[in-house]
Ligand binder design. Sequence first.
Ligand SMILES: Nc1ncnc2c1ncn2[C@@H]1O[C@H](COP(=O)(O)OP(=O)(O)OP(=O)(O)O)[C@@H](O)[C@H]1O
Length: 628
Amino acid sequence: MDDIAPGLTAVDTPPFREPAVMVRDAVKIYDKNNVVLRGLNMTVPKGQIYGLLGPSGCGKTTLLSAIVGRSELDSGDIMVKAFKREDIGYMPQDLNLHEHLTILQTFKFYGRMLNMSTETILERANDLMTLLELPPNDRLIESLSGGQQRRVSLGVALLHNPIILILDEPTVGLDPVLSHSIWNHLISFAAQGKTIIITTHYIEEARQANTIGMMRGGVLLAEESPDMLMARCNAVTLEEAFLSLSHKQETSTNTKIDDTYKKLTYSKKTNKKLNIDDGFFRTNRMNCLLYKNVSLLWQQKPFLGFLFLLPLVQTYFFNLAIGHDPKGLSIAIVNKELQQRHIGECKPEFYQGCFLNNTHDVLMSCAYVEKMHSKSMKILNYNDVDTALKAVKRNDAWGLLYFPTNYTTSLAARFVNATRTSSLDVELSTVNAWIDLSNQYIGNMVKSSVIYGMQQYLGDALTNCNVSTKVGNIPILFKTPIYGSVDTTFIHYASASILCLCCYYLPVLLTAGLILTEKKGGIMERMMVSGIKFTEVMASSCVMQMTIHAIQTAISMYVMYVHFDNPYNGDHFTTVLILLLIGMEGMIFGFLIGAVCKDFVFAAYLGAGSNIMMSFTCGEFFSWNWCS
Ligand SMILES: Nc1ncnc2c1ncn2[C@@H]1O[C@H](COP(=O)(O)OP(=O)(O)OP(=O)(O)O)[C@@H](O)[C@H]1O
């Protein structure tokens, strides 16, 4: 015992017992103001109950975490007589259980992880139900009381009948009768040769331990049997003994604590945590994780339904609400040609004949207005430009078309005279257009309707005159598009990119959520202590996520390409491969978010923020704009 405070001497020397756990010169420093272990030495004899006592925050959990391999010392050696993972049973201070699993599912998950057969698990589960007075094993963990949950957690540690049991405050929140019964069982375990390290806040309860380790200030003040300890301190209770030892530690030297750990030589070749070689990847552990993930999803049926309803609803509403060309847009018309002739409104007979040789009876302005009408535009007639412009500014119309007087005559002159056309005819044959471009998409649509309307009505008018329609076209001919079609709408273009977006961010959300839930509840740490490796977590998540991803994508594609009949011209293999890779990318990013974030709020910000940012940088929104 290197760490017994000065002035203390052992009153008796206990018989030597082979140690099951030994800690030497343990140092753990969280930061320079928080040195938790200061060269601590501890020896736990085999086949005994070792009660680790000390005030709150003295480092008991930190020490146990290092012993079970959950955390690493900064310096020192840890030796545990355990050759395989199954040799150790650990009950952490926090419950660290999946709330949405039943008691039996929890036992099956941890049991299978430690290579237990289903029959043995069921047998042990029955024994533990009696031993720990557990409720029926089909009860969900979340529906249990705090004390019942704690007993399930203890059950997980006992399930595989380990030879070393490390229990961090197993009796907190239990009634005295149950605590007493648990201690009796611990005593019988020790009689069977098992080694038990137990921490407790109920100091007197620890009298039943074979050895007491009294911890304070990062070292052990004493390590001996309760009776010897009380005798040496002239105390009648362990509490008195602890107070006496604490007082002696205080009065002997105030600087001892710091000196102890500073004098240590930091050895590079130390076992700073439990080292059990349980492989880089084992299929049985991955299957366990898969079983747990599937059970968790199955227990949360509303969430499962939501997972598959979300892509359906999203794609459905996208198709209903976005990307269709707006109909019934209003356009203001000021037709001075019509006013000049005093013949009321435009009628079909005004644009039946050939305008080149009958400029008195034919009104080309009416032909143009009719073309705009046939493009589902609502025509609003005004007498003058000022009033019409005010209407556009009031948002009554998306644009204004102004036809000058003698429009048809000047247009005919422009075609007949060609290069000899007077500048007055050029001016009077030109339609003036003011378009509201405050909404880029609608403004551009009105603009293109105006341009193509002009081209089409001129084509029709020239056909009436037996002249080739090409004469009225701008001298460029657009051939069949290489990809897409002439009448591609926004939805046709955007459907693929929306699909990619869903395929990316749904796995991000699900993966980050699952990882964070397990991390925050301490479940991940408990799984790691039981031997689970990160590779297995990744692989099992990958299998589950990809299955969900495939179903979600199939739902989205059905809505997009079957129900709403958007064009699909791609090669099936490439499409599936790309969507799968996008899903995988989302999943990996979800892992990253789960790993770096400490809480859900940060994860939500990171997930949503990065999603928008990535949509910008990958060109999705940019190309939407171009399309519009
Ligand atoms: N991850 C961590 N980062 C920083 N400090 C930590 C961390 N974990 C524990 N500590 C600090 O280490 C000290 C010892 O904590 P620990 O949980 O080991 O104490 P304990 O003796 O188990 O306390 P209790 O009996 O209340 O559970 C405390 O001051 C605690 O704040």
